[in-house]
Design a binder for this molecule. Structure first.
Ligand SMILES: C[S@@+](CC[C@H](N)C(=O)[O-])C[C@H]1O[C@@H](n2cnc3c(N)ncnc32)[C@H](O)[C@@H]1O
Length: 292
């Protein structure tokens, strides 16, 4: 299987992973994405129609196949932020609260950090970290487009390598989100150049750096604090296998937390949202509470 490359290799690799589910899963990955529009609390914008809401999502929102590009309203801020419904779930899992010390380790462009900021109401500390300087500027841009400066006083943007943060700090944060860089197969499948270059070594290499980041996330979290790991990968090497490796290498230092989300299905260590059954995702998340 290691010799398989390009579109045929991709098909065989994911076919073996998802078995009989793969043809419909692959077809669903090629469909246009639906969106959730999360209303900006700093804009007075309201949808003309009755919004379609997903139960359990604590942000006023509306769901549709397509939305007009967000617009600045008279208050001076964008009216809504568009995202995949499943991308909201890591923030539901993290439940950041006013006054907590929260880190979003791989934060750019900043959608999940923005939702954290809405929940934290400018109290405590919210750090949006990203190693890429170009992508960090997108975090600043999004925050300025959606929040008054006076509502960003608890927000800091940093530039650490997430896998090395633990060398400088330990046992500091109440909540840590690791929305890790991943294989993002939906994008690979949509891009002929990307899929031509695909090889199984890619997901294996990404998984190595994801695990290093997760181990670092565990170290920087306070005992009793929460870590949420998420990806938009299909590859199980980057999802449950990462949590299995954490159990093997750091077992006893944390407990796995199980939680249900508005759409999707449980997995061995977490929760997965796949587009063949839900129309959302792909998305995976798992959450743990640090013990020591
Ligand atoms: C999946 S994206 C994050 C999406 C983001 N959480 C959001 O909701 O908008 C992954 C991000 O990780 C960043 N990244 C990659 N390697 C990193 C590292 N070692 N340390 C910190 N950030 C990293 C990338 O620049 C990229 O912006």
């Amino acid at each position: 299987m290691n010799n398989l490359k390009g579109p045929d290799g991709f098909d065989q690799f994911y076919g073996e992973m998802f078995k009989g589910r793969w043809p419909s899963l692959k077809a669903s990955l090629l469909l246009p994405k639906k969106h959730v529009a999360i209303l900006n609390p700093f804009s007075k914008f309201k949808f003309p129609e009755e919004p379609i809401q997903m139960t359990g999502v604590p942000f006023p929102h509306h769901i549709a196949d397509a939305f007009p590009h967000p617009e600045i309203t008279e208050e001076g801020y964008f009216n809504y932020y568009l995202m995949d419904a499943a991308s909201i779930f890591p923030v539901l899992a993290l439940e950041p609260k006013a006054g907590e010390r929260v880190v979003d380790l791989c934060a750019a462009p900043g959608g999940k950090s923005l939702l954290c900021a809405f929940l934290m109401k400018n109290e405590g500390l919210l750090i949006s970290n990203d190693r890429s300087s170009a992508r960090r500027s997108r975090i600043h841009k999004i925050f300025d487009e959606y929040l008054p400066k006076t509502q960003q006083k608890n927000h800091k943007v940093t530039a650490h390598d997430a896998s090395k943060w633990c060398l400088y700090e330990k046992n500091v944060y109440d909540k840590v989100l690791l929305d890790a860089p991943c294989s993002s197969e939906r994008h690979v499948l949509a891009d002929p150049k990307e899929i031509a270059l695909w090889a199984p070594g890619r997901t294996k290499a990404i998984a190595v750096s994801q695990f290093a980041m997760l181990a670092s996330a565990l170290d920087i979290t306070k005992p009793g604090g929460l870590i949420v790991y998420s990806t938009c990968a299909l590859s199980q090497l980057e999802n449950d296998d990462i949590m299995r490796k954490l159990e093997q290498k750091r077992g006893g230092r944390y407990e796995l937390i199980r939680k249900e989300f508005p759409v999707g299905e449980p997995t061995e260590f977490g929760w997965q949202v796949l587009p063949d059954t839900t129309g959302w995702g792909p998305f995976y998340l798992s959450m743990v509470r640090k013990i020591k």
